[in-house]
Ligand binder design. Structure first.
Ligand code: PLP
Length: 372
């Protein structure tokens, strides 16, 4: 015995990917075997089935599997950038994936500020940034909540600007205008293992109902080929969703809605338990996929320390806004984005959390005292 250390307290992990994998071990093993025995490892029948099924799930015409969510963003931007339009607009509080992809595509990034309540792109901040040099606005459905893509489209369309939805955190969220990912001109998904629809490795997809954009993305994801060995368009890449990952995703797509329901229930429990000095960002309906349980509080590191003393792990999504990251270091001033630094904290949120674990997080939240 090492004496009275916090290890005596059962801990609540931030995430535990083994649980979903072992609950589904048989189906996943069978899916892997199907692929191994087929001898077809790239763009085979599993990949075709996933593209078809995910398109009908979202209500779009075309899905293109790619190698990651970041690749999906990069290829979507490459598909719409022109020699005159070499800037994208996005938010700075969403983990820098879009910024990273834009830089990889050779594009400039301009940042819009966020709404202080829901932490999503502010339309009022976006409006004055739009001009004829912008190829795309990337709207991030951060934490799983759908941003108002219809309003963004209304602003962008008269200026010939494409709207790209980043659905990496919002797979399965739906609004009265349709599924998230079916509202913009193009949308991007990540199947990184921690996402709501996660593979057992990397993966991503681009969705659109525009046949010309779909065709362009299909060319860009395979070397710029217009047909085999005919490299007609520049800017092509090799970015494909592996057959084995597509087979795993075929096993998991049918579970997505139930998983999201459970995530929303977890966040609802936290909201019911939190004291007045902690605001749980609500995930109170199908327009939210419940990807992350994020709270806002005056001193996030003090709350993190309190939760740790109850054995509850936390993370911060995300600690440094893009415009303050060394790789871009722009002089931009984003007052609302900046006020959130040090005030946000993410709590454990995944469908396989047990009721005991949820109760433990709730207990810790209910005992958090304000400083005074
Ligand atoms: C995870 C994530 C991405 C990137 O996806 P990868 O598959 O890891 O490249 C992009 N945008 C957001 C908002 C994400 O959460």
């Amino acid at each position: 015995m090492l004496g009275s250390t916090p290890s005596q307290v059962p801990s609540v992990a931030f995430n535990d990917l083994r649980r979903a994998a072992s609950a589904q071990a048989e189906e996943l093993t069978r899916a892997a075997r199907r692929v191994i025995e087929s001898g077809w490892f790239v763009h085979g029948s599993e990949h075709g089935r996933f593209e078809t099924d995910f398109a009908s799930y979202l209500g779009v015409e075309h899905i293109m599997g790619v190698a990651s969510g970041t690749d999906a963003l990069e290829l979507a931007m490459r598909a719409v950038a022109t020699s005159d339009r070499r800037t994208i607009v996005t938010v700075a509080n969403a983990g820098a994936y879009t910024t990273c992809a834009a830089l990889a595509a050779g594009l400039e990034v301009t940042f819009a500020d966020i709404d202080p309540v829901d932490h999503l792109m502010s339309i009022d901040s976006l409006r004055p940034l739009l001009n004829e040099r912008i190829c795309a606005v990337v709207v991030t459905h951060l934490y799983g909540r759908l941003a108002d893509t219809v309003d963004v489209r209304r602003l962008c369309e008269p200026l010939g600007i494409t709207v790209i939805e980043d659905c990496a955190q919002s797979a399965g969220a739906r609004s009265e205008h349709g599924m998230g990912g079916a509202i913009g001109h193009l949308s991007t998904f990540s199947f990184y293992p921690t996402k709501n629809l996660g593979a057992l490795g990397d993966g991503g997809a681009i969705a659109t109902s525009d046949p010309a954009l779909a065709n362009r993305v299909r060319q860009l994801r395979q070397y710029g080929w217009t047909r085999k060995y005919s490299n007609a368009i520049p800017g092509g890449r090799n970015s494909r969703l592996d057959e084995i990952q597509a087979a795993f995703l075929n096993e998991r797509l049918p579970l997505l809605d139930a998983g999201n329901e459970r995530r929303r229930a977890v966040i609802g429990r936290y909201a019911d338990s939190a004291t007045a000095n902690v605001r749980v960002l609500p995930a109170d309906g199908p327009h939210h996929a419940g990807h992350l349980a994020v709270v806002e509080t005056a001193d996030a590191s003090r709350l993190a320390e309190h939760l740790r003393s109850y054995g509850v792990a936390t993370e911060v999504h995300y600690p440094v806004p893009d415009h303050q990251q060394p790789f871009i270091a722009k002089g931009a001033v984003l007052p609302v984005t900046e006020t959130k630094v040090g005030r946000i904290l993410s709590l454990p949120c995944f469908p396989e959390l047990t009721d005991d674990e949820i109760a433990r997080v709730c207990e810790a939240l209910s005992h958090y005292q304000s400083k005074e």
